[in-house]
Design a binder for this molecule. Structure first.
Ligand code: ADP
Ligand code: ZN
Ligand code: ZN
Length: 733
């Protein structure tokens, strides 16, 4: 038999797949890590296929030396998934396999750790032994008695307590034996009191609505605080009862200690937590616990979708609308598509959950592709906090040029007087900035694409990130003639400074990228906030999710417009989601919550619907827009991105790709649109120049068109040029 072995998977420039002979005395299965001769070295590789013949002449083939592990590191399911991913995303096999195996294992840096233990030999007889002992050998007698009582003892501790010499002597005499056992470095999670509720009727309906033994995709639309976590945990419990395993994904940012406690409490040792805070050893051990079946529930961020679990019985993706589920750097993939593959393979349900589903997912639930389950009320029976929209233009007209509206200042003062807590939210996403008239709220948009234009300072131009069209930067508002044009955003530090002046005696904390660089700083800030009364927490996206502070009664959204005018067709849905998330922080327990939303565009439909928590009306408006403007889910958007240290190489590659796309266009005339080649919005990264072409096509011909695009892209790949084809990129930088 022969094995196809991929070697050197750390090197992703090329896939190195070679045939090896499997010696007759070796039992190998696909997916096993093996040692193979390579040139005059011995290196590590993975068997990706076993076959009865090889097209390479037999004299040239070498033999597999030996398997490295006594199990297959890559499951049969994952080998199939590899085929799917390499085809769907045009990935290299090496890049794909690297997602499946912990990096600690590949480099061989982290090894399992073993501990040595001691026990008394089975034929040991205390009475006989006592007779042989000298009168003064008290320590030795104690050692024996200790072991008789405890059965098994830690070798190191035994040496320390009773003396290494005594222990050694007993081993030599055959009284004691030592043995080794692997210990796992499981991350500690503190124990919290178990919560046990009677499920609400809504929860019950959602739980029974999910059929566990067939493949189907469900969308759980449940308002913040509706108790979705409880639904997920119950579903997983039922899956475990059927002897199957489960994968639960949350965005990294909402993988809060609270979620971890919840899962550890419910599932104990059965859950493996995969998050960025783990040490290399912990990550490796958690992976192995999943692989050897000691843990059957994987909870983690995006990459946990590759958990090495057999017999998966459910995959749950919480906050399914979150953009972090799309991998935007090589290897690029869409988590939901990988999840779809795995749940199909295992004939089990895929559950997507959100308070604000992505427009695409909700659309699928409307056309019958997904099954919709709804949790329209909060589990504690409380109403959602009231959202008050404040018109910042009228503040300016009334002479208030500051960051805070009068309403927000008054509410803050009242909240501080009551010794409660407030959260102030600023939006920071990406690098983009729009231009806006401070008098009438006008924002420049692309005449062709209906997305906001992005101001490029260097060239002093406004640009559309979809079609590349350029426009003059604003100096005068075309609507009202005002010269007061705002560009750029308010920083967290400035907000904090102004708050300190307004409330000199109040604890004011700040949470953003700058203040959370150290490992535990995130947690420390939250703890300090939680323990301070009154207090104000000023922060970015980081404070929007997951946190449960019972004493937060006020939430202020300082610059809501910032998320509305990103140059992306998804800006409205992201703004809607963010407002809903942030608002969900107020009034979590028994106290009433209030939200103040500051905007220069108070009549925008996003604010109108978000302030009433009217997702469905928002969806209707949005889906109609998408249909008329031909954006997803009615089309697929693809970007071909080339980058090279050599500007000329990049430029000429993108030109010829553009010309070759004309063929695709001719074949799919009514289904395919493409735009001019242009420099990417961020024209240079790590000294590489970047050019791109964007295209859109109907879903109908998607796989045919993708195949063509990939083959065009592949024909231009070279050592000096990287080419990426991105499906529905989350970010066009
Ligand atoms: P979601 O994820 O839908 O935003 P959570 O799962 O965080 O909501 O639940 C919100 C709160 O409701 C939590 O404090 C949770 O403990 C509580 N909760 C969940 N289910 C119930 C229930 N059946 N009865 C009472 N409280 C519940
Ligand atoms: Zn104006
Ligand atoms: Zn445009």
């Amino acid at each position: 038999m022969f094995a196809e072995v991929i070697v050197d998977i750390l090197n992703s420039e090329t896939d190195k797949v070679f045939d090896y002979i499997i010696p007759d005395n070796l039992k190998l299965i696909e997916g096993t890590r093996v040692l193979v001769p390579f040139g005059n070295r011995k290196i590590e590789g993975y068997v990706i296929k076993i076959k009865s013949d090889s097209s390479v002449s037999k004299e040239k083939l070498k033999e597999v030396i030996k398997p490295i592990d006594n199990y297959a590191a890559i499951l049969p399911e994952m080998l199939k998934l590899k085929d799917f991913m390499t085809r769907r995303y045009n990935l290299r096999v090496a890049d794909t396999l690297r997602l499946f195996i912990p990096s600690e294992m590949r480099s061989g840096k982290v090894k399992p750790i073993f501990k040595t233990y001691c026990k008394l030999n089975e034929n040991f007889n205390l009475e006989e032994f006592a007779l042989t002992l000298k009168k003064n050998a008290v320590k030795q007698m104690e050692l024996v008695l200790f072991l008789r009582e405890h059965k098994i003892a830690d070798f190191t501790l035994l040496n320390k307590d009773f003396g290494a010499q005594a222990v050694k002597k007993f081993i030599d005499l055959g009284i004691l034996t030592t043995f080794q056992e692997e210990i796992t470095r499981s991350p500690d999670v503190l124990n919290h009191a178990k919560e046990h509720f009677v499920h609400t009727p809504e929860q019950e309906r959602a739980i029974t609505g999910v059929k566990l033994n067939e493949n189907c995709t469900y969308l759980i639309h449940g308002v913040t605080g509706s108790g979705k976590t409880e639904v997920y945990m119950t579903l997983i419990e039922n899956v475990l009862k059927n002897g199957k395993s489960a994968i639960m994904l949350v965005p990294e940012i909402s993988l809060t200690p609270q979620i971890m406690y919840n899962f550890k409490n419910r599932f104990g040792e059965n859950v493996a937590l995969l998050h960025s805070g783990l040490s290399a050893g912990e990550r490796y051990d958690e992976w192995r616990r999943l692989r050897n079946g000691k843990a059957k529930v994987a909870v983690g961020a995006r990459s946990a979708i590759f958990a090495p679990l057999e017999n998966v019985g459910i995959i749950i993706i919480d906050e399914e609308h979150d953009s972090s589920y799309s991998s935007e750097s090589n290897p690029r993939y869409k988590t939901v598509e990988v999840a779809d593959f795995r749940t199909r393979y295992n004939s089990c349900p895929l559950v997507l959950g959100s308070a604000t589903p992505s427009i695409a997912s909700y659309y699928y639930s409307q056309i019958g592709k997904y099954k919709l389950l709804e949790l329209p009320t909060r589990a504690n029976g409380k109403d959602m906090p009231k959202i008050q929209i404040v018109d910042m233009l009228s503040e300016i007209r009334n002479g208030n040029n500051g960051i805070f509206s009068v309403a927000l200042r008054d509410e803050l003062a009242a909240c501080m007087r009551d010794k409660k807590q407030a959260m102030l939210f600023l939006n920071r996403r990406g690098y983009t900035s729009f231009m806006m008239c401070r008098k009438c709220g006008y924002v420049a948009k692309c005449t062709d694409c209906d997305v906001s234009l992005v101001y490029h300072k260097v060239e002093d131009k406004l640009k559309c990130h979809y079609c590349g069209k350029r426009f003059k930067a604003l100096t005068v508002c075309p609507e009202c003639g005002s010269h007061e044009i705002r560009q750029g955003a308010i920083g967290t530090q400035r907000v904090v400074d102004e708050l300190r002046e307004l409330f000199p005696d109040v604890k004011i904390l700040r949470m953003d990228n700058d203040t959370t660089k150290n490992k535990n700083s995130h947690q420390k800030i939250l703890e300090e906030f939680s323990n301070s009364h009154p207090a104000i927490l000023v922060g970015t996206q980081m404070i929007a999710k997951g946190h449960d502070f019972p004493d937060v009664t006020l939430v202020g959204i300082i610059d809501a417009d910032q998320s509305l005018y990103q140059s992306d067709y998804r800006s409205p849905e992201r703004a809607f989601a963010l407002i809903t998330q942030v608002s969900g922080r107020a009034g979590r327990k028994d106290l009433e919550g209030k939200v103040i939303l500051q905007t220069y565009n108070p009549r925008h439909y996003v604010y109108k619907f978000a302030s009433n928590y009217n997702y469905k009306a928002f969806y209707e408006k949005e889906i109609n827009l998408r249909e008329t403007t031909k954006f997803p889910p009615f089309t697929t958007i693809v970007r071909v991105l080339v980058s090279s240290e050599n500007e000329e190489i990049a430029k000429s590659a993108i030109r010829s790709i553009y010309n070759e796309l004309a063929d695709v266009y001719n074949n799919f005339r009514n289904d395919f649109y493409y735009f001019n080649a242009m420099k990417s919005p961020v024209g240079r990264i790590k000294n590489k120049t970047r050019y791109q072409i964007l295209m859109r096509f109907t879903k109908l011909k998607e796989s045919d068109i993708m195949e063509k695009i990939y083959s065009v892209a592949d024909s231009h790949k070279s050592a000096k040029l990287s080419i990426f084809v991105e499906i529905d990129p989350q970010n066009l930088s």
